[in-house]
Write a protein that binds this ligand. Sequence first.
Ligand code: GYE
Length: 321
Amino acid sequence: MTLKKRSLLTAAVALAFTSALPLTAMAQKKIVLGFSQVGAESEWRTANTESIKASAKEAGIELKFSDAQQKQENQIKAIRAFIAQKVDVIAFSPVVESGWDTVLLEAKAAKIPVVLTDRSVNSKDTSLYVSFMGSDFTEEGRKAGRWLVDKMKGTTGDVNIVELQGTVGSAPAIDRKKGFEEVIKADPRFKIIRSQTGDFTRAKGKEVMEAFLKAEGKKINVLYAHNDDMAIGAIQAIEEAGMKPAKDITIISIDAVKGAFEAMIAGKLNVSVECSPLLGPQLMSATKDIVAGKSVPKRIVTEEGIFPMEVAAKEFPKRKY
Ligand code: GYE
């Protein structure tokens, strides 16, 4: 190698080093993700929070986590604080569907991308968020309805259903009701005789079921609960009223959390439709892609199944939430 060539090489190596330096410094700058959670209303929610915290840690993303205690005004405050802090990405699980446009426009004006997780918003302007990842709640409602129609095949007479709805105005409450009704309306025997919110909690589920039992008593054939926690609360009310859950009253719920499996194994819950809370890993990978300027799908649907009590004992050891 000539002297000239060698010095050229040295120069090139030196250049590579100096230009590599700012790159490494950049790579070391942590991505900051602001996340506004609904609350801690259910076993599902607790598992969702754990999934998000654990996967942020694993991905090396700095997570600013805020719990809204089921109140939209708290979520709006949290999102405004994230904008003021200039986080890289904002993610949130909207407690209700409507009323987000103003704050989402503020995020857009600040050029901070927003990801919706778990629940959606009903904004007409879909440019207000980059992606929505979560379950198809209408399909979950349909699964619950199809299971019931199948279960009642070969029986005669009315099927009187009481419904425990989720949080008023929330996407899962609206869509799980819609999907279920869509399926059962094909047969006039199926009647929803009472329907009220239990706010997705055990305490409220129990309280409202007590009122249903007082009003309708033995007329009730089926309970459809929009989540497992409300079903578990209602099971207590049914037992306290001297009736046998899953026998005197067929019980269907949604989420398939461990508590539901325990109830199924104990013979007190008939079926739970799966809704996965493990959204953390896909949120972190979307966050990284967005910051890197890559495109992410506008809609990411979670895949899920349905578990009747007959398979509960076999499936239980495999459950992660
Ligand atoms: O089913 C319920 C929780 O939004 C899918 O919220 C979620 C629902 C879930 O409180 O247990």
